[in-house]
Design a protein around this ligand. Structure first.
Ligand code: ADP
Length: 321
């Protein structure tokens, strides 16, 4: 019996069905194989963010599109992220090394000084009425210098690790500046410096952390005294400028000034333009770094203008209340 047209159709139909089923089975196997391989790649690059992430990504992924290109792109992104992370860790490592180097360097001078004074006292100076007191006073000066350094280090560490919480409040900055001017009056006149607060009649209300802003102004005024000129006309002026919602506070001196080569690095930790004068005056080299951190923690800006031999003006903004 020769097969009829119906049999031929059935045969062709069956063959097609087998081919389609075969295709589907192969497709599913291939898809599973690719998914397993891709999961493996994601497992390696996503590490702990794993399963849910991997599954979500696979669901979103169009296996009809260029899957390999997509995975390649993600792997490249991952590699870039890792590179940045490694770069950041290297910077931290350098920062840590430099920081420890600076701290031990700063501590060396007062510690060796103390050792020298104590040894001299023990070797007989203690009984010598003329010098024993002088040596003890020098020892105390070195101890004070170490305390300043430790306090500044503690503060800068807290500022740099964002551990310092600002207690913002509304206060009259003119009162604060007048208060600082009288507290530092003795120190200033001993150095031959006259402190003047300009436009100090009307109150100006600002919204900031009172004690931290006090520290900013104290550091700037103390610097203007330390680096004053010796011409007998040394002055420090504190001025206020209104700029819409902001207030600009300026601390200006006619002291030794700073050459423009130093200005870009002036706010860095331990950066000094006049090393011997700074150490002589008990400076930790951290004062301006602290000032900048505090001002920036308030979301405000600090700036310096200076001319060598003419004087320096430090200015920072505050939000008016
Ligand atoms: P220091 O403890 O050395 O004073 P600072 O961070 O307060 O540390 O200041 C950094 C350096 O900037 C100082 O060593 C000094 O060289 C320079 N400097 C700061 N303020 C003034 C100023 N008003 N006039 C001249 N130089 C200044």
């Amino acid at each position: 019996m020769t097969p009829g047209a119906g049999d031929t159709y059935a045969y062709v139909g069956f063959s097609l069905l087998v081919i389609i089923l075969g295709f589907i089975v192969n497709y599913m196997l291939f898809k599973n194989y690719i998914e397993d391989r891709i999961k493996l790649v994601y497992r390696n690059i996503l590490e702990d963010k794993l399963d849910k992430d991997t599954d979500d990504r696979l669901k979103e992924m169009n296996l009809g599109g260029d899957v390999i290109q997509e995975v390649n792109r993600e792997v490249q992104e991952w590699a870039e992220d890792k590179n940045k992370e490694i770069q950041g860790l290297k910077e931290m490592e350098n920062y840590r090394k430099e920081f420890i180097g600076n701290v031990s360097h700063e501590l060396k001078t007062p510690i060796f000084n103390i050792q020298g004074y104590v040894m001299t006292l023990l070797e007989g100076a203690l009984e010598d009425e003329k010098i024993n007191r002088k040596f003890l006073e020098r020892t105390l000066k070195s101890v004070d210098r170490m305390i300043t350094l430790i306090e500044d280090l503690d503060l800068i560490t807290r500022l740099e690790s964002n551990q310092l919480v600002l207690n913002k409040e509304k206060f009259n900055i003119v009162d604060l500046v007048n208060d600082i001017a009288s507290a530092l009056d003795m120190k200033a006149s001993n150095a031959g410096v006259k402190i003047e607060v300009k436009d100090a009649e009307k109150p100006i209300l600002v919204n900031a952390d009172y004690s931290r802003i006090r520290q900013v102004i104290v550091n700037l005024v103390v610097n203007s005294i330390k680096y004053c000129n010796q011409n007998g006309n040394a002055t420090t002026e504190i001025r206020f400028y209104h700029m819409d919602k902001k207030l600009l506070v300026e601390v200006a001196d006619n002291g030794i000034g700073i050459s423009k080569d130093h200005l870009p690095r002036l706010f860095e930790r331990f950066y000094r333009t006049d090393k011997s004068r700074s150490r002589d005056q008990g400076g930790s080299g951290l004062g301006l770094a602290i000032v900048k951190h505090i001002v920036e923690a308030h979301g405000e800006k600090i700036n310096v203008r200076s001319t060598e031999g003419v004087g320096s003006t430090f200015s920072f903004t505050l939000s008016k209340s």
